[in-house]
Design a protein around this ligand. Structure first.
Ligand code: CA
Ligand code: CA
Length: 198
């Protein structure tokens, strides 16, 4: 009979050019910096964590191919059912399972998913691992462009108001953080309105 325990998968993303996102499993958190611009590359490293040594592991990486283009993958992989399939042998309980580089194709918030994860333990039992996703913000480089359309106007102020009020979470984080203090709030709205009338 299989031993059922709880497992976790940890996804850690390192975005080149000082763009860093981190996702952890249960009890973890997500932090995002300024995001990336269209045409820039995003390097994401996937790590697996299990309560016992892994004989082997496998998982899929799913992404929106209209927003991100696969550039390279450092680990043994293939494309299967439209997803990146990664499988390898391993001897540890914690493994860096691969690094995938994507090129940003269009502005907006998009997600990369690590899913259908499992590993084979030293008794050759296959055990599940929980998946995780990470959010990537591709911005236009226009300061104050909260809605990703490449311009600054009243539509950005409306998008920012909705975000501050908790009505919508769809926002260009780096564009909306006009004063660059790392958070988005009413101070950014004031600064945005000021910049539009100058
Ligand atoms: Ca805009
Ligand atoms: Ca701010």
């Amino acid at each position: 009979m299989k031993k059922i325990t709880s497992f976790s998968a940890v996804v850690t993303a390192f975005i080149i050019l000082l763009h860093t996102f981190t996702v952890s499993a249960a009890g973890g958190s997500l932090s995002a910096s300024t995001g990336i611009k269209i045409g820039e590359n995003t390097e994401i490293t996937f790590s697996l964590s299990a309560p016992e040594p892994m004989y082997a592991y496998e998982f899929y990486i799913r992404f929106d191919s209209t927003a991100l283009e696969l550039v390279s993958c450092s680990s043994a992989y293939g494309i299967k059912d439209g997803r990146i399939y990664i499988a390898d042998s391993s001897g540890g309980a914690t493994e860096t399972a691969g690094t995938v580089t994507f090129k940003a194709l269009k502005a907006g918030n998009t997600s990369v998913y690590l899913e259908d994860c499992s590993f084979v333990d030293l008794d050759l039992n296959t055990e599940p691992l929980s998946g995780k996703d990470i959010s990537v913000c591709v911005h236009t480089g226009v300061i104050g462009d909260a809605n990703f359309d490449g311009a600054l106007n009243i539509l950005d102020a409306l998008r920012l108001k909705k975000y501050i009020c908790g009505i919508s979470s769809d926002i260009n984080i780096s564009g909306a953080d006009i004063n660059g203090d790392g958070s988005i709030n009413s101070a950014d709205l004031v600064a945005m309105q000021k910049s539009m009338i100058e």
